[in-house]
Write a protein that binds this ligand. Structure first.
Ligand code: UTP
Length: 276
């Protein structure tokens, strides 16, 4: 039912400099697969087929990755190495990729609004590829699609984080509906230390109803002078309904070195070693 998944991938990735000076952060590999490929696989598993990418300057490697490379294919054709391209070939057979460029990096909310022509008037998912999410049975987006079918409103994935880390995230507060579901009543982007309304941090998985675009059009720049999706979602929560979902599974913040290394170790031990 939700076919489109938006990947805001225009950010500079300054926390990973110098690696991200000429290479998109989303192309950094966890073991031997770029971050964004994990995100696309999660979207496919959740039934999505249209991958809508918001890119910017210096992000062409993403376009090349999700395309044929005839020279390489010819070179390894008939050798054992051919199997190494099996996953990406399967993705290309199953998904469509469309791209739009964000000319100025005015924040995540602005990046999502930039994706509007690709998404149209449909509910859609958003994946921030630097948050790598893992669950052995059902990916986080698939879990959220199940909830969307039931509630038909915007749903944001949240995770409990230590109090001393809330200032790095959008933080929500609200009414508990079940042990995993909260009706959002308040939301603050990167609250100052000691000012967070809870320890429930928004992570990089969203399902959004398309009215969010009209709200984003009217959302003024907020924290750090950027157009914040958090501000638009708070508006949507006040006039309609936004649910926060404590997802099942693990999340690694691969936009920072510590999370990136943890994800690498996890994937090496759980997937790569078995495939060797
Ligand atoms: P981040 O806050 O992680 O920013 O953005 P960043 O630029 O990628 O990384 P740092 O903080 O400088 O190291 C969250 C997500 O929103 C996208 C980013 O690509 C990332 O997926 N984004 C952010 C945009 O697409 N455009 C923007 O203007 C800002």
């Amino acid at each position: 039912m939700i076919r489109k998944c938006l990947f805001p991938a225009a950010g500079y990735g300054t926390r990973f400099l110098p690696a991200t000076k000429a290479m998109p952060k989303e192309m950094m590999p966890i073991v031997n697969k770029p971050l964004i490929e994990y995100g696309v696989e999660e979207a496919l598993e959740a039934g999505m087929t249209d991958m809508c990418m918001v890119t910017g300057r210096g992000k062409n490697a993403i376009l090349d990755h999700f395309d044929m490379n005839y020279e390489l294919e010819h070179q390894i054709s008939g050798t054992q190495k051919e199997t190494l391209l099996a996953d990406i070939r399967a993705i290309l057979d199953r998904a469509n990729f469309t791209y739009i460029r964000q000319r100025e990096m005015k924040g995540l909310g602005h990046a999502i609004l930039t994706g509007r022509p690709l998404v149209g008037d449909h509910p859609f998912a958003v994946v921030l590829a630097d948050d790598l999410c893992m669950h052995p049975e059902e990916g986080v987006l698939a879990q959220m699609v199940g909830l969307y079918k039931q509630f038909r409103c915007s749903i944001i994935a949240v995770e409990e984080v230590p109090a001393e880390e809330t200032h790095k995230y959008g933080v929500i507060a609200g009414r508990m509906l079940t042990d995993r579901l909260i009706c959002v009543e308040d939301m603050i982007e990167k609250p100052e230390r000691g000012k967070a309304p809870s320890n429930l941090a928004i992570i990089g998985r969203y399902i959004l109803t398309p009215d969010i675009f009209d709200i984003l059009e009217k959302t003024p720049p907020g924290k750090n002078g950027e157009i914040q999706i958090t501000d638009a979602l708070l508006q949507q929560a006040r006039t309609g309904c936004v649910l926060a979902y404590k997802f099942k599974g693990k999340r690694f913040d691969c936009g920072a070195v510590k999370g990136f290394i943890a994800a690498t170790n996890y994937c090496y031990e759980n997937f790569y070693l078995h495939g060797e």
